[in-house]
Design a protein around this ligand. Structure first.
Ligand code: ZN
Length: 217
């Protein structure tokens, strides 16, 4: 037991319980593990438990003289030990550990799924993003938010700033607003961004993309 667990959880009764159960198994009787006793006074006091322990040949304070199983030498300190009931924590590292390289994507956003059960990715949320911005780790942000997530090639019309498309019939890129493919360049953006632009357009809000030289491939 970690001693740091006692002040915050206030489970001093656990120590008395341990002492009581050690006396209990050695004399063959049930002991009460209550820290504050019972109204009728049937609870075993530490003094009574100590008497039992000494009678059964143990130290009165519940500590034992231990030999090292590695060297065979006696340990320098006496160890407080005895049988105790405890509840196992449900959350185990082995059940939770999860790594991800590639995996399934959600059809709508083309972003990786979440949760271990769905073989999901490890989300870089807005707080993580804020840390990366603070560090100035722009290449890592680019990798996590684009390359490892949902990279997508779009055709952007320089004339009107809207998204164009590749026409397989005409074998060229074309802007359906300007009806030409003269000033179209390709760029990369997250598929979710392309989706947002189109969803906004469906609500009569038109985002226009103004390129810099670096945006044009
Ligand atoms: Zn256009």
């Amino acid at each position: 037991m970690n001693p740091h667990g006692f002040p915050s959880r206030m489970t001093v009764g656990k120590m008395i319980e341990l002492l009581g159960s050690k006396a209990g198994v050695s004399c063959g009787k049930f002991h009460y593990g209550s820290a504050s006793g019972e109204p009728n006074g049937h609870a075993d006091k530490v003094e009574a438990i100590r008497e039992t322990l000494v009678r059964m040949g143990f130290s009165y304070d519940g500590k034992d003289f231990i030999y090292s199983s590695i060297t065979g030498c006696p340990l320098q300190a006496c160890i407080f030990m005895g049988p105790i009931y405890y509840q196992k924590l449900k959350h185990m590292v082995l059940d939770k550990m999860h790594t991800w390289g590639h995996g399934p994507k959600i059809a709508l956003t083309r972003q990786p799924t979440e949760e271990k059960t769905r073989n999901g990715g490890l989300r870089v949320g807005k707080m993580e993003r804020d840390c990366l911005i603070a560090y100035g780790a722009s290449n890592l942000i680019y990798e996590q938010l684009m390359l490892s997530s949902d990279p997508f090639q779009v055709h952007v019309c320089e004339e009107c700033g809207l998204l164009g498309h590749y026409s397989h019939k005409l074998k060229t890129r074309i802007c359906s607003s300007c009806k030409t493919g003269d000033k179209i360049y390709t760029a990369m953006m997250p598929y979710a961004c392309k989706l947002l632009i189109q969803e906004l357009q469906s609500m009569n809000i038109v985002p226009r993309i103004t390129p810099t030289e670096a945006d044009k491939e």
